[in-house]
Design a protein around this ligand. Structure first.
Ligand code: HPA
Length: 265
């Protein structure tokens, strides 16, 4: 796959850690990174542009706790109409830039009845319910065609993150994330089915990026912000507004959790 050219300022910066900031979580780049530069997606040849409110659509790079990080402020979703290849292109660019670890964040609905809006969940694993796979059609010779997915989310780094959360008295959940295409929210019957599959949370992102990152040998950590109870678990109808409101409310806690996790990478 031919990758677009990136400006020398970014390639020379040599990012080590990639952060994908999900719905309502893009503020992290402005609040916590000592910014060195920004690169709007529109300035990259053939790069998709995010269409969701709350997704600014640029790379922000700089320092966080002594690490060189590259943030995606705004990510792409399958429901926006992009191909799997388009929406995982940033991961291939990160790999080319030398990123060794990515933190993929998202907003998700809680299926597990122990979860309440505002909780954070470390992804222990995922279920790809997208009906497709980002590696379909990939015939390049230097990529693995059948990559192992037995441990998508790095166990050793997760253990350190859990340990740190415990020390700091943060109630960090850990569970299985199931990805649907969206953009409609799920029905209560779907959520009951997903619960029997073993899913703890549901969302519309993350899995394509995680699969491609693993194919490329990048270490992955996933963090969900549980923004709402999934359909049928809460009596209220679901809305994008509720998702944004919850993400906004837990900003400081999310920022502490993510910054703390990155420091351990
Ligand atoms: N379902 C799917 N995606 C989501 C949800 C949900 O309940 N909340 C935030 N993203």
């Amino acid at each position: 796959m031919k990758l677009p050219e990136l400006p020398a300022e970014l390639t020379d910066f040599k990012p080590e850690v990639g952060l994908i900031l999900g719905s309502g979580l893009g503020f992290f780049a402005d609040d916590r990174i000592e910014v060195v530069g920004r690169l709007p997606y529109g300035e990259i040849e053939d790069f998709p542009v995010s269409t969701v409110p709350g997704h600014a659509g640029q790379f922000v790079y700089g320092h966080l706790d002594g690490k060189r990080v590259l943030c995606m402020q705004g990510r792409f979703h399958f429901y926006e109409g992009y191909t799997m290849a388009q929406l995982t292109l940033p991961i291939r660019l990160m790999a080319q830039l030398g990123v060794h670890t990515i933190f993929v964040t998202n907003a998700a609905g809680g299926i597990n009845r122990d979860y309440v809006p505002g909780d954070f969940m470390l992804l222990s694993d995922h279920i790809n319910f997208l009906g497709t796979n980002p590696l379909i059609g990939n015939q390049s010779n230097d990529d693995t065609r059948f990559p192992d997915m037995s441990e998508v989310y790095d166990g050793a780094l997760r253990a350190k993150i859990r340990e740190r959360a415990k020390t700091e008295g943060v109630d960090l959940k850990e569970g299985v994330y199931l990805a649907t295409t969206g953009p409609s929210f799920e029905t209560p019957a779907e959520i009951r089915a997903f619960a029997t599959f073993g899913a703890d949370a549901v969302g519309m992102s993350t899995v394509p990026e995680a699969i491609v990152a693993r194919q490329l040998g990048i270490r992955v950590i996933g963090i969900s912000c549980i923004t709402n109870a999934a359909a049928g678990i809460s009596k209220e109808p679901l809305s994008h507004e509720e998702v944004s409101e919850t993400a906004d409310r837990v900003r400081p806690q999310f920022a502490d959790l993510l910054a703390g996790a990155v420091a351990l990478a």
